[in-house]
Design a protein around this ligand. Structure first.
Ligand SMILES: *[C@@H]1O[C@H](CO)[C@@H](O)[C@H](O)[C@H]1NC(C)=O
Ligand SMILES: *[C@@H]1O[C@H](CO)[C@@H](O)[C@H](O)[C@H]1NC(C)=O
Ligand SMILES: *[C@@H]1O[C@H](CO)[C@@H](O)[C@H](O)[C@H]1NC(C)=O
Ligand SMILES: *[C@@H]1O[C@H](CO)[C@@H](O)[C@H](O)[C@H]1NC(C)=O
Ligand SMILES: *[C@@H]1O[C@H](CO)[C@@H](O)[C@H](O)[C@H]1NC(C)=O
Ligand SMILES: *[C@@H]1O[C@H](CO)[C@@H](O)[C@H](O)[C@H]1NC(C)=O
Ligand SMILES: *[C@@H]1O[C@H](CO)[C@@H](O)[C@H](O)[C@H]1NC(C)=O
Ligand SMILES: *[C@@H]1O[C@H](CO)[C@@H](O)[C@H](O)[C@H]1NC(C)=O
Length: 402
């Protein structure tokens, strides 16, 4: 546990806290009006539109619920509480450190909460987020062939897998006994085919160079291995890395409001991940928000309000998403009634694995991170529509939007 190191940093910031230093607060740019290009439409870029923004955080941590938020509140010295309209009714406050260089928001769980809270935050006239680095940091279910409990995963792809038709098992088993699940991609008539039409939020690709930097930094810390009971539970699996202590891994995250578990849906969604990303993504963690959050960033990037290349998605593993072989005939018991040793290590590892990146951004702000050049993406970033520019390297060449 490296929390001791964090306390050392907290003490250092507290020393700064003694004086009223608000260096990261931006000057209000009243009077500095920019000449807008003349145009025949009303497509004004709102990057011109935050002249009164006063906060310019260098790093924004986004948690989804209380348990994910609390380790950050303990590890860092948050002293400012800021309320904004549009945040979750149960998490209506943003926390910032003394000089506003690090802020934290809690979005609420699930796709609707993530999308609405982040829309409110990114549109807030108080925050200039054009240079901000984002750490979306939450816990998730883990695929035992890729990760184990306590693992810290950094994603390149986020895949939304719940956007599908669905038929209950009992109604297709007689007519279509070979189907591997009751999910059917939109615009098709079977569970195996690439969707005939898309909504545009199915796949998001992130800045791989920045992802790799965050991963490299996290690899240098000792992760929390969890309890004896966690270790015993891991030992029930028969594959690596499930049976070993947790490590830091680069692999991809699924988003689904539907909290699935078990072998059948894991196999199905692992295949769907390959299908949706042209074989590029590897499913290892599953949660309920990331695609929704990334959809917001895509929209805001289009108007210059955020930098989509500055997003890091960290998911630590709290739970296996499928039972060990010895419980394969009772997934319900595995899910609802089995002592797996607790989620403490996954919560601790949000800070253990996420803080090194935050520290790097703050200490190397002037020479590296402010301009963003060093970690400028060299892979495609964005959604299937090419909303933030470039040509997607996944999906079909032409598709129907529906
Ligand atoms: C704000 O505080 C952080 C430590 O929390 C420090 O690294 C940074 O240099 C400070 N920023 C300014 C502009 O003083
Ligand atoms: C900010 O919020 C925290 C956590 O809810 C609370 O403990 C603290 O008293 C608040 N601080 C201020 C200045 O309101
Ligand atoms: C969610 O995001 C991931 C990675 O960015 C992407 O691969 C996936 O298609 C997205 N899924 C949805 C439904 O948006
Ligand atoms: C975690 O496991 C590793 C590998 O077995 C070991 O080196 C390390 O000491 C363990 N750490 C803790 C905190 O248990
Ligand atoms: C996943 O794909 C593999 C290889 O194409 C196939 O053998 C398997 O039946 C598929 N499983 C599911 C659940 O889709
Ligand atoms: C399920 O598996 C366990 C352990 O392998 C075995 O004891 C039990 O009889 C099995 N139950 C059923 C219903 O097959
Ligand atoms: C696994 O997930 C279930 C359902 O959310 C939860 O009740 C349980 O505490 C989790 N177990 C662990 C070890 O994280
Ligand atoms: C998908 O992968 C194939 C094989 O690697 C490649 O030829 C094709 O161009 C890729 N599709 C896209 C949209 O990049």
């Amino acid at each position: 546990m490296k929390i001791f190191k964090f306390f050392a940093i907290v003490i250092a910031t507290s020393a700064v806290a003694a004086q009223p230093v608000f260096v990261s607060k931006r000057e209000v740019t009243v009077g500095e009006t920019k000449e807008l290009p003349s145009s025949t439409d009303n497509d004004l870029h709102s990057s011109y539109g935050k002249p009164y923004a006063i906060f310019q955080p260098k790093v924004f941590i986004v948690s989804m619920f209380e348990l994910e938020r609390d380790p950050w509140l303990e590890a860092l010295d948050f002293v400012h509480n800021i309320s904004l309209p549009g945040l979750s009714p149960i998490y209506s406050t943003i926390y910032c450190t003394t000089n506003y260089s690090i802020c934290q928001a809690t979005a609420g769980e699930g796709e609707i909460n993530a999308a609405s809270s982040l829309t409110a935050l990114t549109l807030s006239p108080l925050f200039d987020l054009t240079k901000t680095y984002w750490l979306l940091a939450g816990i998730s279910g883990g695929e035992p062939t890729q990760v184990t409990t306590g693992s810290a995963t950094f994603a390149k792809y986020a895949i939304q897998v719940g956007l599908q038709y669905q038929i209950d098992y009992r109604e297709y088993i007689n007519t279509n006994p070979d189907w591997i699940s009751g999910y059917i991609p939109y615009g098709t008539d079977n569970p195996y085919t690439y969707p005939g039409n898309v909504y545009g939020t199915e796949v998001f690709e992130l800045n791989e160079k920045l992802r790799n930097r965050a991963l490299e930094l996290a690899s240098n810390v000792q992760l929390d291995n969890g309890t004896e009971k966690n270790a015993e539970f891991r030992a029930l699996y028969e594959v690596e890395p499930a049976i070993s202590p947790p490590t830091v891994v680069g692999c991809d995250v699924l988003t689904s409001d539907n909290y699935f578990t078990g072998n059948v849906l894991n196999d199905y969604f692992a295949n769907l991940t390959k299908l949706m990303t042209n074989g590029s993504a590897t499913y290892c963690s599953t949660a309920q928000e990331d695609n929704a959050s990334l959809e917001v960033f895509t929209r805001m990037q289009k108007y210059g309000l955020v930098d989509y290349e500055r997003i890091v998605v960290l998911r630590t593993i709290s739970n296996f998403s499928r039972p060990p072989p010895s419980m394969a005939n009772n997934t319900v018991k595995f899910f609802t009634d089995t002592d797996k040793g607790g989620i403490g290590h996954s919560l601790a590892n949000l800070v253990n694995a996420g803080f090194p990146f935050i520290h790097d951004v703050l200490t190397n702000w002037e020479n590296v991170y402010e301009s963003g050049e060093t970690y400028e993406a060299d892979n495609y970033v964005g959604d299937i529509f090419g909303s933030v520019g470039g040509k997607p390297d996944f999906g079909k060449d032409s598709f129907e939007i529906a």
